[in-house]
Design a protein around this ligand. Structure first.
Ligand SMILES: [Cu+2]
Length: 215
């Protein structure tokens, strides 16, 4: 259970909820239309007065309860996995501010793009210097709010050599939509070389400064 790729689990939960909803929607819509014609006043007869139906009442209590519990179970298992951060994860401090991100590695490297070794668990400590932001990685199905005055934590691990988009998912002002960065997932050896040779400051400080000044 060391994969930080939550995609399969989140997608399965989503599909389950979607399929249940579609079946219910089709059932309810069909019944409504059927009743509309079947019990139209022109063909009718005096309505019967019914006082409860044990069977029916049990059915429409028990089935939805089971469905909701299954949804809850899927959600709980997925949440548990997202909240259980591996001990050996690489720690990175991530700061959100209007309107950019900054990453501080343990050896002093500072960047505005998050470089990570492929497959390695990455543990983010999320801080904000101003308002509430949200660190969202759609490609990894991971998201966490970034709140001033507190440190939230999240983790993920990439499963491919590629760049993953990162969005701010909490409206935070004029340039919220441009508060973008990337997670660059590199071959571990390449990452190690980069990590060793770049200790201290980085080429990206100009953009970080622009973000501080609010452009
Ligand atoms: Cu933001």
């Amino acid at each position: 259970m060391n994969s930080g790729n939550f995609t399969a689990q989140v997608d399965a939960t989503f599909m389950f909820i979607l399929i249940v909803s579609l079946i219910l929607m089709a059932g309810i819509t069909f019944s409504m239309i059927y009743f509309l014609f079947r019990y139209h006043h022109t063909k009718n007869q005096k309505p019967k007065d019914i006082h409860g139906n044990m069977w029916l009442e049990l059915l429409w209590t028990v089935i939805p309860t089971i469905l909701v519990l299954v949804m809850f179970y899927y959600g709980m298992v997925g949440y548990e996995k997202m909240e259980t951060i591996p001990e050996d994860a690489m720690k990175v401090e991530s700061t959100g501010r209007m309107w950019g991100w900054q990453f501080n590695y343990e050896n002093g490297i500072q960047t505005d793009t998050l470089y990570v070794p492929k497959g390695k668990a990455v543990h983010l400590y999320l801080n904000s210097t101003d308002v509430i932001h949200s660190f969202y990685i759609p490609g990894l199905k991971a998201k966490k709010d970034v709140v001033p005055g507190m440190t939230n934590e999240m983790w993920f691990a990439t499963d491919e050599i590629k760049a993953y988009d990162v969005f701010c998912a909490e409206y935070c002002g004029d340039r919220h939509a441009y508060m973008l960065t990337k997670i660059v997932s590199m071959p571990p050896a390449e990452f190690d070389a980069w990590y060793q040779s770049n200790a201290k400051t980085e080429e990206n400080t100009e953009e970080s400064t622009a973000a501080v000044d609010g452009e």
